[in-house]
Design a protein around this ligand. Sequence first.
Ligand code: TYM
Length: 328
Amino acid sequence: KKRILSMYQCTGTFTLGNYLGALRNHIKLQDEGYQCVYALADLHALTVRQVPAELRRYTKEAYAWLLAMGLDTEKTVFFIQSQVPQHSQLAWLLNCYTQFGELSRMTQFKDKSAKHADNINAGLFTYPCLMAADILLYQADFVPVGADQKQHVEIARDIAERFNGIYGDTFTVPEPLIPKHGARVMSLQNPLSKMSKSDENQNGNISVLDDPDTILRKFKRAKTDSGSEVRFAEGKEGVNNLMNIYAAVTGKTMEEIEREFEGKGYGDFKPAVAEAVISELRPIQERYHELLADKEFLEKTYREQAPRAAALAQRTLSKVMRKVGLVS
Ligand code: TYM
C-alpha cells in the first residue's frame, strides 16, 4: 500500500480553509486504498508563542474534530506529534543536512518573521526540517496539503534526495498532493491573503465550529466587487473565492455554478454558499460535541496511537542513525 502522511497545527479551531483544503480530502483517502498517517503538529505550534492551557485545549479539540469527521483509528494512525519523540530526534539530524540559504528562501519564514518580529526564534527558521522529519520518518509516498505548504514539501524532497545521495537509499522521496478546488481558500475580508486561524479580522475566516447565523453573516459580508455577475474571472478575487468554496463543497464545476446563478446577483449567491457550508458542517459539529464530552475515550485513543506511530518511525530513525555514524 502507498503511504500518505499529513499533519495539522492546532493553534486554534480549524478554519474552513483547513477543512476544504486539507482535512476533508485527507480523511477520504483512508478508504481509497492508502495507509494514512496523520498527526497534530503541536511542536510546530511552539514556533509562535502559545498560551499553554489553550494549546493543550486546542490539541484535544482538534483531535476530537478529526474523529468527528470520520477518521477511523483502526485504519489510520492518528497521533500527537510531541508524543512520538522520533520527530524531534530526526529533526535534529536533518538540521545538519539543510542549508541556511535554503531555509532563508522559505516564504512562510519570511512572512512569519515579518509578522512576529519580536520572536524570530531558531525553531521558526528550522520549522521545515521538523516538517521534513515528520514526512520522511514514515517513508511517505504522498503528502496531501493545501497550496501554501507546497514549498515545505519540496524542501523535504530536496533533503531526502540529498541524504540518499550521500548515504544511499534511505528515504522515500515524497510527492505533494494538492486539491483542484479548495487548495487556497482566501480570507472573506481580504481575498488576496489566505484564510487563516490567526487572521486579526475574525469576519475573514470561518471556523468549523461557527454556528449557522455566524456563517451566514460572514458570507453576507464577504468582500466582492462592484459588479453583480457570478462569474469566475480575473479581478474578481472575492467572487472567485466564494465560487471556489462553493465548488469544493458541492462538487460543481465553475461552469455549472455560473449557469446556476445566471441572471442572479451576489445577493442570491452569498446565502447559497453559506447554506452549502452550514449543511456540510452541521453533522460533524454534532458528532464533535458528543466526542469532546467523552474525555476518557479521547485520551485513551491518542495515548494508544502514539506507540503505533513510534514503531513505524523508529525503523527509519535507527537506519538513519546507523548511516550517519552514531553508535547503536
Ligand atoms: P497548517 O496547520 O497551517 O494547515 C493544515 C492544512 O490545511 C491547509 N490549509 C489551507 N488550505 C486551503 N486554504 C487555506 N486557507 C488553508 N490554510 C491551511 C494546509 O495547506 C495544510 O495542508 N506545516 C503544516 C503542518 C505540518 C505538516 C507536516 C503538513 C507539520 N508537519 C508534515 C504536512 C506534512 C502547517 O502549518 O499546516
